[in-house]
Design a protein around this ligand. Structure first.
Ligand code: C2E
Ligand code: CA
Ligand code: CA
Ligand code: CA
Length: 287
């Protein structure tokens, strides 16, 4: 404990062990609790909104779909980043309610855009590990789709390796029940967690999303080879590939060369509010 004389330590005896709390840990715990409370209030007051980031066909530049991304807009603290509140919501379990708010709003928006003849693809919604392990997950999703009169064909769910590798056999059966409804499934952030190729081929997936970290590394030969390998594996498994976090034209050209079909990233568009996204749809439509 190098800073023992400068920082204030509170030691609490617990059996034979000492637990040390310093100010920064304390601060973190307070911040966590603050965000937890803000989220509880935010759920009541409808402070969670959905933004949409376009997914574009690399060859034609046409819109093929979008990812729904939650934004937490608080009156006092402004916008709180998902990177900050999602992990806390995962821990507290609030992610279940937040996730359903996002799914409900995404279904509502997409239904409207379909009815207006502006859109005819799929909206991708992130599904957390907590949601995935709910015993009545499929019934909950069915209910939200029905409520919004949106056929399951228009929905894609993005799940991470961590979510499915916890209990792969159970995951396969859950994924099958979602897939049998016509819902598409995407493996999100592929390559950043622990996943096994043996399972990858057993999961009823439609899409594999190459994580931004790999796209960032495409300025090196090794990095390019890595993405090349991922795309090849995906194609061998009959999966559609989406590269995320594409910011530069250079990356776009490299991905095109590697036969990646779809890209998502600031190069085309940042996540847009529903209103902005609707404008984007109209501009695509009039082209
Ligand atoms: P993700 O699922 O990997 O989503 C992609 C993230 O990359 C988004 O961050 C998006 O804004 C960002 N991004 C996209 N293109 C670019 C780019 O070209 N450059 C850079 N620098 N960033 C780019 P965001 O919206 O902050 O979300 C962060 C994470 O929070 C998401 O990562 C996802 O794991 C989680 N998340 C967001 N919305 C939801 C949700 O509704 N439910 C759940 N369970 N998780 C969510
Ligand atoms: Ca995602
Ligand atoms: Ca992702
Ligand atoms: Ca990512």
């Amino acid at each position: 404990l190098k800073n023992a004389d400068t920082a204030m330590y509170h030691a609490k005896q617990k059996g034979n062990h000492y637990l040390f709390f310093n100010d920064s840990m304390n601060e973190q715990a307070v911040k966590r609790l603050q965000i937890e409370n803000l989220m509880r209030f935010g759920l009541k007051e409808d402070h969670f909104v959905v933004y949409y980031q376009p997914k574009m066909d690399i060859a034609t530049g046409a819109l093929v779909g979008m990812e729904a991304l939650v934004r937490f807009i608080t009156p006092k603290k402004g916008v709180i980043s998902p990177g900050l509140f999602i992990p806390i919501a995962e821990e507290t379990g609030q992610i279940v309610e937040i996730g359903e708010v996002v799914l409900d709003k995404a279904c509502k928006d997409v239904k409207r855009w379909i009815d207006q003849g502006l859109f005819n693809g799929r909206v991708a919604v992130n599904l957390s590990a907590r949601q995935f392990s709910l015993p009545d997950l499929t019934a909950r999703i069915d209910l939200i789709l029905q409520k919004n009169q949106l056929p399951s064909y228009f929905l894609e769910l993005e799940i991470t390796e961590g979510t499915v590798m916890d209990d792969p056999q159970e995951a396969i059966s859950i994924m099958r029940s979602l897939s049998s409804r016509g819902i598409h499934l995407a493996m999100d952030d592929f390559g950043t967690g622990y996943s096994s190729l043996a399972y990858l081929k057993q999961f009823p997936l439609n899409t594999l999303k190459v994580d931004k970290a790999f796209v960032d590394d495409m300025n090196t030969e090794r990095g390019c080879n890595m993405v090349d390998s991922i795309v090849t594996i995906a194609h061998n498994l009959g999966l559609h590939v989406v590269a995320e976090g594409v910011e530069h034209e250079e990356q776009l050209h490299q991905l095109q060369r590697l036969n990646c079909q779809t890209i998502q990233g600031y190069y085309y568009a940042k996540p847009l509010s529903a209103q902005e996204f609707e404008q984007f749809l109209r501009s695509q439509h009039s082209e």
